[in-house]
Design a protein. Structure first.
Ligand code: HEC
Ligand code: HEC
Length: 352
């Protein structure tokens, strides 16, 4: 076994003694091909239809909110808010948005969602096709029955053509089922697999700065990899939360709400750390604004870790911010959508 191969295995297993030498392709290559369900193959026409639907507020009760309102390009495919503001809200997408209908949890990033076998912070959905119905029906998010949306879409000639291209031979092509299939196909293109970390482990020693390399070493030594496992930096396990919480927030039993088991109370799915520098605020309740604070909290509580010195905290944060960021597959925001409604305006993000 070559030294590079050994280092890769070592990082995957989280062993502490091995320095973070360039680790060969095996880690990066460990991203399997994007899984695509047999009954919903990806085609360019379907992905493009999904992209338009993702940005089209026709999906919402007030015709002002779209998926992109809470999963926006400049907000790490989330929205920069602790919890999201759905229909009836005012202000552009992002940190300035306010309104009466707020979600209970922080909007998950959609980066690499294609590979996640369990969705939502409590894992209650298991496919993107199934998932998309959730926000449409939820009165705090889009709040419109999918069949109503489909009936409206069928009356718009441009959508009729786009659905016919995406679902050839199906009659009717415009349906709630095909709407969620197109959204799912689009979301499977939101991949982030070529960050500086990936280039570094593929042998490009210049891809990470010295501070980020120290952070990468700490990430292994402190066994962060036990849950945030490469290459996806997440895992389908439910673990306790150490979020300090938000005063007055509604209670959240996490995984126990799905299983009904008391031992799952307060446990949440391990989130990905890909593009984590972009996706704040952090944790299922969005209670922590800064990445450095989230890192400190995690290190103080997780098995195998320990409280950090300020320098260690900064190194670890630098690794996550610098090493995990890859935005080159960000989807393009359409200027216009076939409904003729306005694509939700985006707010302004203060450059970090
Ligand atoms: C009002 C804000 C809002 C809107 C609009 C919205 N979402 Fe979300 N989204 C959220 C929140 C909040 C969560 C996390 C909810 C939870 O875990 O209980 C989430 C979670 C998700 C997830 C799960 C990701 C994961 O890794 O677990 C997917 C996929 C998703 N949304 C896709 C969509 C799609 C597609 C649309 C449009 C049909 C949409 N969302 C509209 C706020 C929103
Ligand atoms: C035992 C599993 C486990 C270990 C080990 C672990 N984490 Fe986590 N991590 C989680 C879970 C679960 C969450 C979500 C908690 C929540 O939402 O309240 C999380 C959340 C995070 C977040 C916030 C991500 C987001 O998008 O909200 C960061 C940053 C983070 N962890 C970093 C680390 C670091 C750094 C280490 C090592 C010191 C580490 N974690 C070790 C399970 C783990």
């Amino acid at each position: 076994m070559s030294a590079r191969r050994l280092a890769a295995l070592c990082l995957a297993a989280g062993c502490a003694s091995e320095p973070a030498a360039p680790a060969g392709d095996s880690l990066r290559g460990a991203f399997p091909p994007v899984p695509v369900p047999a009954d919903n193959p990806m085609t360019p026409a379907k992905v493009e239809l999904g992209r338009l639907l993702f940005h089209d507020p026709i999906l919402s009760a007030d015709r002002q909110v779209a998926c992109v309102t809470c999963h926006g390009q400049i907000w790490g495919l989330s929205d920069g808010l602790p919890v999201s503001v759905g229909v009836g809200g005012v202000g552009p997408a992002g940190t300035g948005r306010r309104g009466p209908n707020v979600t209970r949890r922080n909007a998950s990033t959609l980066w690499n969602v294609a590979w996640r076998p369990a969705l939502f912070w409590d894992g209650r959905a298991s496919s993107l096709e199934e998932q998309a119905l959730g926000p449409m029906r939820d009165p705090r998010e889009l709040g419109r029955p999918p069949d109503d949306v489909a009936a409206d879409l069928a009356r718009i000639p441009a959508y009729g053509r786009l659905f016919a291209d995406a679902f050839p031979g199906e009659a009717p092509a415009v349906s709630a089922r095909n709407l969620v299939r197109a959204l799912a196909a689009f979301q499977r293109t939101l991949v982030s697999t070529w960050a500086p970390y990936d280039r570094y482990t593929a042998g490009d020693r210049g891809a990470l700065g010295a501070q980020a390399v120290r952070g990468l070493n700490l990430f292994q030594i402190l066994r962060c990899t036990a849950c945030h496992a490469p290459p996806s930096f997440d895992r389908t396990v439910y673990e306790p939360s150490f979020s300090p919480g938000t005063p007055g927030a509604p209670s959240d039993d996490g995984r126990a709400e799905v299983t009904g088991r008391p031992e799952d109370r307060g446990r949440f799915l391990v989130p990905t750390l890909r593009n984590v520098g972009e996706t704040g605020p952090y944790f299922h309740d969005g209670a922590v604004a800064s990445l450095a604070d989230a890192v400190s909290l995690e290190a103080s509580h997780r098995p195998g870790a320990r409280p950090l010195t300020p320098a260690e905290r900064d190194d670890l944060t630098a690794f996550l911010r610098e090493g995990m960021t890859d935005l080159h597959r960000l989807p393009e925001r359409p200027d216009a959508v076939p409904s003729g409604l306005m694509v939700p305006l985006d707010g302004y993000r203060i450059p970090r």
